[in-house]
Design a protein around this ligand. Structure first.
Ligand code: SF4
Length: 295
């Protein structure tokens, strides 16, 4: 596959990032999963050919140097700017190599993905969680495979992602669902929210995380791409977006009772949903020193 030179791989958060992470790593640049709403197409990220995946050149050796020189151990987040289990990972093994290093140097991992390939690395998650937390959050935006194929054409079907969650929880890997984004007029129904939460529970998920607005963010060329795809895949919906949101960045569901429904369903199923609670669970589950994550 094509490679691209990079000087550094590991970045530190000034405070902490999602899921209590201290560092972030992205081993690939770009993502070929083709989700029609993907925010990483926005101009601010300056990824002109975002759908083409590049491996960061010498990623493993650069990361090894960086991890070996860090005095402070902590949680490493991957998957914020592309999927660590993009189709190339099946043969390139950059993510698997990273997990080996994370285990060797005593770090923890929080991983975001939409691919069931994540279950390939359960053996390494089991090793990592013996010293620091390991948490996997699988993004699922719809419980309907037909809709998932239309809005996320390159990723595992939603049903396959629920199966992956089952496999992770069967191996005692802490896992949950990231329910983001919510697409107004497409996935913002009570039926969809209920189905995701009940299937998450049945699959052993500990959390369903959604941003309070239940929205999709849209800007510049990301919006252009999204609208073009709406015309092809959901004729007529683009007009509803234009009418409801104009040029707004945050496009919230017009269904004002949906958040309350989300909370009610989570509570009814014993699923946690606030990031604060999720972070607390990650710390507690692995019995690590709180000070590592609060500094
Ligand atoms: S998997 Fe994530 S990074 Fe890849 S296209 Fe979909 S939303 Fe974007």
């Amino acid at each position: 596959m094509q490679t691209i030179p990079f000087k550094t791989i590991l970045s530190s958060y000034r405070e902490h990032g999602w899921f209590g992470s201290n560092y972030t790593v992205n081993l690939y640049r770009g993502c070929s999963h083709g989700c029609i709403y993907c925010d990483s197409r926005s101009e601010c990220y300056r990824l002109d050919s975002f759908d083409t995946v590049f491996a960061k050149k010498h990623a493993t050796s650069i990361l090894q140097q960086e991890l070996s020189s860090k005095k402070k151990k902590g949680l490493i987040l991957t998957g914020s700017m592309g999927d660590p289990y993009n189709p190339f990972e099946a043969t390139e093994h950059l993510t698997r190599d990273m997990l080996h290093l994370i285990d060797r140097y005593g770090f923890g991992i929080t991983l975001l993905t939409k691919s069931s390939l994540v279950t390939r690395d359960i053996d390494l998650f089991e090793k990592i969680q013996t010293h620091l937390p390991c948490a996997v959050s699988i993004t699922i935006t719809t419980a309907d495979d037909t809709i998932s194929k239309r809005i996320e054409p390159g990723v595992s079907l939603s049903s396959e992602r629920f199966t992956a969650l089952k496999e992770l929880s069967a191996h005692n890997i802490l896992s949950g669902v990231t329910l983001m984004p919510t697409l107004p007029f497409i996935t913002d129904t009570k039926e969809n929210i209920s189905a995701i939460i009940s299937q998450a529970k049945a699959s052993g998920a500990s959390w369903v995380y959604a941003e309070k607005m239940l929205a999709v963010s849209l800007r510049d060329r990301q919006r252009d791409y999204f609208y073009q795809q709406l015309d092809e895949r959901f004729p007529g919906i683009k007009m509803q977006y234009e009418k409801a949101f104009g040029d707004q960045y945050w496009c919230e569901t017009p269904n004002k009772t949906l958040w309350d429904h989300f909370v009610h369903e989570c509570d009814a199923h014993g699923i946690i949903y606030s990031m604060h609670e999720i972070e607390r669970l990650i710390r507690k589950r692995n019995d690590v020193q709180m000070s590592l994550f609060e500094s």
